[in-house]
Ligand binder design. Sequence first.
Ligand SMILES: [Zn+2]
Length: 311
Amino acid sequence: MDKIKIYHNSMTYSLLGKDLATQSLAHAYLIIQPDDGLRAEYARYFVMQLFCTKHNVCGECDSCVRIEHNNLPDLKIYPKSDKLTVEESRSIVGDNIVRPFEKDYKVYVINDIDRANPQSQNALLKVLEEPAESSIFLLTASSENGVLKTIESRSKKIIEAPLSSGAIRQYVTDNHNDISAELLDNITIIAGGRLDIANKLAGNNKSKAMIEDVTNVINNLSSSAQVLQYSAILIKYKNDLEEMLDTFLQLYLARMEDWAAGKDAKVNTAAVVMISSLITDCKAKNKFNCNPNGIIDHLLFGILEAKYICR
Ligand SMILES: [Zn+2]
């Protein structure tokens, strides 16, 4: 599984495919893609799809190859640095009147428009209201929140959904080594359909160790005599307590589904409900800088208590 395959299953691919087939291309598209691991790629694949001789992002035709190497005069990609500036918006407005160099369209990719300030976005409005006949604007954003309503309303909006667990599993398996089946299950759960999160976890030894240690506690903690032993292991993550608590929460919540499906979840639904509120409590203590040892003990004894009460 590679990112082009993921793109082939995306909303963007199917919508642009439809617009190409019906010759009803819009002058402006806005892709809402929360996944940091896919947003800029989707923009590049969009342009490939538009210019690809087969319109399917073949990756081999002259257009696809040149776009891959950012070597197409009719493709302009912004921002040049961190976020779109007013000057860049103005230069886009000026450039928009110049005809395409070799293609039928000139494409302006503007990544992360939601990070640009209102002045920079407002400076773009003019070309979105009256684009040159041959211009296509492709904006991307992680969410609609930072996008001006005026920009949004002049664009054809495409909202990308999280990836399926199957796609996440396949991508991690194909791109990372040394991932056990159980770790893969857990990374998939925590990623929640986000490739950027899955990649980060699968490529980071500390995160992988944390997931394994947390899973061990969930599977094996059954007596107060073990608290000392597990607390000595978990204290390694004292600087990443928030992440560790989130990992506990997500993995416990997934056990609810296992329990409902009749699998050996090691914990029942009632206990997970209690443990969820225990974790919220631990997170509050962490926010108030309570002692990490104290928080971990509170968590472990609380888990035992919940399992005992709800047994
Ligand atoms: Zn191609």
